[in-house]
Design a protein around this ligand. Sequence first.
Ligand SMILES: *Cc1c(COP(=O)(O)O)cnc(C)c1O
Length: 430
Amino acid sequence: MSVTPELLNATAAHYRNGELFIENVSLREIADSVGTPLYAYSSAMLTQQYRRLDGALAGLAHQLHYAVKANSTLAVLQTFAKLGAGFDIVSGGELSRVLAVGGNPEQVVFSGVGKSTEEIDFALKTGIECFNVESAGELERISARATLLQKVAPIALRINPNVDPKTHPYISTGLKENKFGILQHTALALYQQAAADPHLQVRGVACHIGSQICEPTPLFDALDQLLGLIDDLNAQGITLTDLDLGGGFGVTYEDEQPFDVDAWGRHVVGKLAGRRLKLSIEPGRFLTANAGVLVTRVEYLKPEEGSDDDQQQGKNFAVIDAAMNDLLRPSLYQAWHGVLPVQENRSAPTKRWEIVGPVCESGDWLAKSRNLALHEGDLLSILSAGAYGSVLSSNYNSRNRAAEVMVSGESFRLVRRRESIQDQLSTEVL
Ligand SMILES: *Cc1c(COP(=O)(O)O)cnc(C)c1O
């Protein structure tokens, strides 16, 4: 098989009588019904991942804020809202999505380096839990808008702890060279300024050092720094009540050791014992990545021309109907995703395939060098596609964005219909 049993076990997909299922529904049945490409999510796995993280912090006052940007499909947000999740947003659009599923605005934290005036006003009027402020300029603007609107803005400063999360440079955010957060030595003065401002309510401190973190030490280092800052502020008469450690918990895509949630939880619970702090975390990927798959159909096989020997050495291309516009992670980060046949097919010879899409870019590939037995027309499932998948999709090459379904037990629901060309043309005029 082209993926390890451990990986398959970590995802929502599993074989039953040679056919790939999510929960009790066959992916072939879903593809027959809604067409391909399609994203399918397991509601049971979304729930299970949420409960694992939540359970690891048992005994501590805490709140999970699901990072909406990992997957903002309304049905996914609704699943978490029903479990009592708060939300971490990075735009006004994401706030609108949270409100659309009945999410509680008093459990929404607003992160991001570029909050616009319009977005700040929207969040102030909605009454969100906290602005995680990323610069002195932003603090001033939030204060000015709150004054104008006669509101008091709850704030935390997002600290850049300058620790290396040991992950891909594109998803590292807590190093001095990254654009995110405020350095600790600047933060003290900003806290004093905020504490003296009647239109700001100083609530807490936040950080988020990166994504796909598999080893907890950098997260513990960041925690120690923030606790030190909290103590320094206390000595100056500024008491913080909220500590937000961000997200970044890693998952298995290939052979990574899964993030040890329970060991991490024990450490954090121990560190915070006896402190009157409410802990927040902002998981995104951990909750959704392995709950989702991208199902696609093989359009054409383009084996290396020549003999069997040439094909062993050369490039054999399997052109599928999903592309970089549907799942950008391989093109953007050279990310590895497991690829499995939806119907195990032992009749075709196994070859090493480059799995590529129809988009006119050489960077349009979904997987490289996979040993698979393929026929034209076969269905493939791209694993671990539930996070940073559909949210990063685009209309490049005027392709319609994929359909999405939520599987629950024996049944599935279409939760986002496939986009139509009319949808795409409707925003334009000649
Ligand atoms: C992206 C992001 C998260 C979620 O990161 P994951 O790696 O998906 O858990 C959390 N907080 C902030 C501020 C983010 O930008």
